[in-house]
Design a protein. Structure first.
Lengths: 457, 457, 457, 457
């Protein structure tokens, strides 16, 4: 494929208009896009079909080793992502997080199985960088933000067997042991199960029930003497999609952990980590929409039926237009949240808008992404139902977007909370909408009026 | 599991009210349901995850053998379905086709990978039984309707590399050779690729282009001397779902074939076969809805979050209610078509209503089925995203329901055709709707009026 | 395939001459042979290549379930073997064990992955039938000898991580708990890992080190209330061969067990179980020789090179002759031990000869079997190196024959022990040889003299 | 692992004494050894167990594409071997072939699935370099000897369905077409099936039967316009071992080919290519012995039974000693042939000794290699029977060493031919033996006499 002059002909102009700093990184993004659309996409198809990861819990002497055998191509690209700065750039080069969210958007167009672990690593970096005690940050942050090919990857261990949404019911116990803690429990759905550094929720002995009793702990995969930490990956989930990504059940058998925050702060920190990863979920969903649109267009242009190219047919045009409109809506909303993320780092007053736009974006883009993969698959038809085209993989992968980082109902609850008087979210929503309407081009005046009516109504 | 007294607590009363003859078969259906929900479901999960079919095109001496290695459990159940009469009952016992469509509805709740080949076998039986020359029917019909455990299975070979909808562009050529034909071409998407008897569209040498030049031919898997027929299954498709079902690309290398109908009748007969299989597609889709609803209910009843069972939550109730309503709508529409199928066998004047209701049902139930699997998966959440629950398999399988037997656009074109004056479909539609409205219970009077207004447009 | 009039044209006459009672069962054996060479062989090839067993240690709720997912064909045949009496006949019908050893010989010609678990089940039956306390025998023996399709299968859990030969170093501990024991430890190489009833060596708390401190215990797979017993199959071994057979590592986590024998009798009983299974190993090895010879002959007769059938070539004839001679030597030696087994049941004075002939036969037939598979593979050449022919599977499977039930060195030590004055094995060996020599036909007189010289020598 | 100072503590001194030029390359060999024993060995275990190659004969448009999907790790190492000069060094740097044979010996200790294709590429280079017409050599040789990471890999397509030894019965036909040939036929056992350049035997139309009618042709995988050449890889063999190596059946459908030699020279050239690859087979076999010895020693040193390390036991020492002696015998014999190969390039009079020593070495080292893997496996016992240790893989791979490049009988015929008066092989054999005996150390005088007697006898 030829080198691209832009990472996205549709989206780049808008993003750069909204965040001119991105212009400085436009070449980095274009090169990243070229690599993703050729190399990463080829790897993703290969890994999904031929060489998903396998688990070897025990070594040949019967000792727990927690080895996950991923194929080398996937592993090399995973590390290459960190080398290119998808997590490290905001730390090493003071780049905006927006840049790394844009990289996530691009990456998700080819491989959600790589986008997910990158998100987790970024979340661990964010927690360590923003909220960890100095000593912990100084000791561990560099491990996850380094760009020299030796980065450790991250994990967020919250979900337990009773379910992912109800974090307050966490049953994992943290037992104090000198300057460390020993964690006991079962974490049920740990993506990137072979992370080098995970953050985990746990309840210290004697702490109160519910989310107020939770602390947050850092769990390295190996002890300082090189032995595996005291936990056992008991199995990998056999998932519908994101097959390249190892997701495990983990028995914590006194796993050595470092306290990041004691109760009652653990829950709040885990929620802040979610703020970060939900933005990634939203831009990733927009990436899935983008790819689906790309595949649908490519097919419609070249496929002929009844004597015409498909896209000569009004019903096909109608479908493609719907995909395009929903893509633009999804992408703009997702990046609204991404920009708010950087603003919130500068000024905490932006947090309500960040949470509000994130909840909206997380919910809506996931819906859009699933619809887009289905639309592309149905357009391509029987061929789209096979691994000869990437849309079947995208469709399987996309189903996870509504499921993880909080399903629709959880986002709705978050919205209800924020729209309530305490957070004054409604005012912020109105004000942001008004600014958008004020910026509409003259020729769309009537549209503006109609939208304002709707907004008031 | 306990023995069921009915094959479906929701649906059975309605069906028996509409078609009292079904009452005679209620025990057969209840036993069938018990077998499907225990044995077939277990097989379907196993086959999908552990032992999908493999292809051995050549034997160890280098000869084409077209051997498809399915696991024995799947194979045994496939034959058991014929033994129970899912194709043969209307032939052996003059049972209504409705009975076998009801069996299809039940079967699809557990395994679309078995429902599909049964549909194909039924379609071949229907074509042979209703439209083949006497000599052909007498020679071959018994092979596909026998209920002694030795039935041959069927295939319908129409789709070529240029696409499935545009059958008129068929490039397969039929060369006359004494009382047989030799077929040359490439069939691109042949489900149940190891069928014993397939019907195939082909164009005799010198016939006109387009659908008017197509004949229909019967292709046995083996020649009379026991050697494989002259074709080669070149590969199996690596599909998103229906993994238990072998779907192949087939090179016809002078395959010996028996004429069922010369041009211009071939296309029309293939369309009549589709009438049959689209009804199966619709009842199968309703079956997928039924199973999704079942799984969602089972989860909502037993799963607890934030101190309550899920189905105590209004948002969950809302979702379950939507699934139930759409299931009833889908199932009633699908069986409307199924009943019209039997009526059309009695009286050809019912054909327009059959085609109209089938097009509506095929389209709408497939949409519903996909939505139902997604709803169930999202309710179950991360667990639903794994093979620990059957919904991920159902979701993959369900995507095929919109794709095969004609996608949405093709059903829309069929509807437009039938609503045109030539077929007087609109009158029939109005009349059927009026009858339904007239039958509504008194207490729903206002609803009836509102629907009538809507109908008048 | 035609029905056989005899189970083995080469071997049957000899066996019947040696043990005329077998004549009564000749039809049973011939039918068994027909079934094995067609159905079992097809299953063995399929299972090995396409559907080996998988382990699901945990269920979807996170509970230990120890489910081994074998394909249905393998499972059905496993149970069919018990239905045909391969373990039960000596108990139900007072048939000689020789009959079941002959069945083992036949079975191993097609599938060692089925022969092995049958051997284990037979060993458990033998221990229970001959050595268990009355109450234990009455409660459990029927479970493993029943011939109604519901038999439980057996296991012998001795090998630990430190190695299989040094049983005296067993580290598994048995803790007394009312009328049961709770076993704690790690069993390292448990074939037929999903046995319903296993016998296990363990050391009661406080017992002496070494083999004198070992007891023998019966471990059911499930507790009386239906829950899984307290152990965990942690993984299945990825073996070179016998891929159809699940072989696991088992963590005993307080597994409930019933005492069969307290120290110091445990070790001795496990050794008697080995007497039984080593005879099976020997007849199975002879079966592998037989099959290899069969495959080599079939190839040599039909394959042509340089203008002639292979078996026209002296070098090929030479190889085939060597295979035939070694087969006869191996089979006669193996059945010498098999016959001694029955004699020992009648009269314990035969035990030395049983042990001596078993050690010789176990060692020598395993060597022969490996050599035979190699010879057949090399004759068939590149084709033999593929799964298109069964010899590559046989070769992989055969490597286990030297490894399990005691390798060559252990058999040598057993021989040294028996030849020592205490057991007077040498006298018995000489006497048996003399009887053979006396029975040689006249025409072989010189041969007899030469052998006598050698024997004296 | 630490960096090695020598590539082989046992063998290096001898080889350097025999061929002092090797000293110049000792660092290259030591580095090569370090890379092979760490990286290549890890890849070989991974590829064998988790990611063997797969074939995609057709692309998604139904066109033949002959794509073999190997895992990236294997592919990268394959190219890295050429970068390190395992084929190119004798061409680029005038290094002796002995150096590349030594690299083959090292490589085979870890991965025969890589050693084989390297051998084939070397054989194509040898044929092109030594025997092709100038124009062909100038056009194609560089493609296979380049060391810049872009080398094409080689194949030798001789074996047909009727068998590998009887090359004279070749049925592939070469039809002249301007300056090229079109090949039609079926090649049955093509290792490294996705070679970029293969040499193939074929019979021009009208040529005489038998080996005298064979020409030799060069077959590129792609035409000059980039399309795949006119052949179809119809399937990959499911082999006992060398699973990393794709071995296919290839339908030649008018494959475009360039003449290297017309009849009657084709057969002779293919035989000379075999001279090269048989030497590699022999040094590779010695490599397998070396690795088996290494694994056996490592186990015997660390494993304890009955209170002692295994190698304290005389029976174990006896076995290890046998392995060591056979390794030395095998390696010295193999390198005798390797050295003769270089000498023959200098002086054609050495050819008889090359052929004679090669036939002896090819035969004997393959036998030794299989015996060594079996000995190592049995020493390690049940653990050795699993993929936890590499010996099971070595054993499977080693079986191919007797089978390909001519089995034992073919080597025996070659020996008989060479020992006949025409070639005066016996004299050369005696003379070489005498030189060895003369060089024996004084203290071994009696041994020398005994060997001389044996030689005369």
């Amino acid at each position: 494929m030829t080198n691209s002059s832009s990472f996205d002909a549709y989206l780049a102009p808008y993003l750069i208009a909204r965040a001119p700093r991105l212009q400085d990184h436009s070449r980095l993004l274009a090169e990243f896009y070229d690599w993703v659309r050729t190399e990463v996409d080829a790897q993703a198809n290969y890994t999904d079909r031929y060489a998903p990861p396998a688990l070897e819990t025990y070594d040949r002497n019967g000792e727990v080793v927690n080895r996950i055998v991923a194929n080398r191509w996937y592993e090399d690209q995973h590390q290459e992502l960190y080398r290119r700065g998808i997590v490290g750039l905001p730390y090493a080069a003071k780049a905006p997080h927006l840049l790394t969210f844009a990289m996530g958007y691009i990456l998700a167009q080819a491989d959600i199985s790589l986008h997910c672990p990158v998100t987790l690593t970024g979340a661990v970096a964010y927690v360590l960088g923003s909220h960890a005690p100095d000593a912990v940050r100084e000791r561990f942050l560099y491990d996850v933000v380094r760009m020299d090919g030796l980065a450790k990857t991250g994990g967020t261990w919250a979900t337990e067997q009773h379910g992912g949404s109800d974090v307050g019911a966490t049953t994992t116990v943290a037992i104090s042991n000198e300057d460390r803690f020993a964690l006991h429990g079962l974490k049920w759905f740990t993506s990137n199960a072979n992370s080098g550094l995970a953050v985990a929720t746990a309840r210290p002995e004697g702490a109160t029930p519910g989310s107020a009793g939770l602390g947050l702990y850092l769990v390295p995969s190996h002890l300082e003497d090189g032995r595996p930490n005291h936990y056992r990956i008991r199995k990998l989930k056999d998932k519908l999609g994101t097959k390249g990504l190892p997701t495990g059940e983990i028995d914590l058998l006194g796993a050595e952990a470092i306290e990041i925050a004691p109760p009652p702060h653990g829950f709040k920190l885990m929620m802040e980590a979610l703020e970060y990863s939900r933005v990634h979920n939203a831009v990733g969903s927009a990436g899935v929409q983008r790819r689906s649109l790309h595949e649908a267009l490519a097919w419609a242009k070249t496929r002929r039926a009844f004597g015409h190219a498909l896209w000569d047919y009004p019903m096909v045009q109608d479908e493609l237009l719907r995909m395009r409109v929903e893509f633009e809506a999804g992408a703009l909303l997702a990046f609204e949240a991404a920009i708010a993320f950087d603003e919130t780092q500068q000024n905490a007053q932006h947090r309500t808008w960040l949470r509000l736009s994130t909840a909206l974006a997380k919910y809506l883009t996931a819906e859009y992404a699933i619809a887009a993969t289905r639309a592309a698959l149905e357009l391509i038809g029987g061929n789209g139902y096979t691994s000869d085209y990437p849309v079947a993989r995208l469709l399987r992968d996309a189903q996870v977007l509504t499921v993880w980082e909080g399903p629709a109902n959880i986002q709705a609850l978050e919205l209800l909370r924020l729209l309530a008087p305490r957070y004054r979210g409604w005012e912020q929503y109105q004000s942001r909408m008004q600014a958008i309407l004020d910026g509409l081009a003259q020729g769309l005046g009537d549209l503006s009026g109609a939208l304002q009516d709707r907004l008031r109504g």
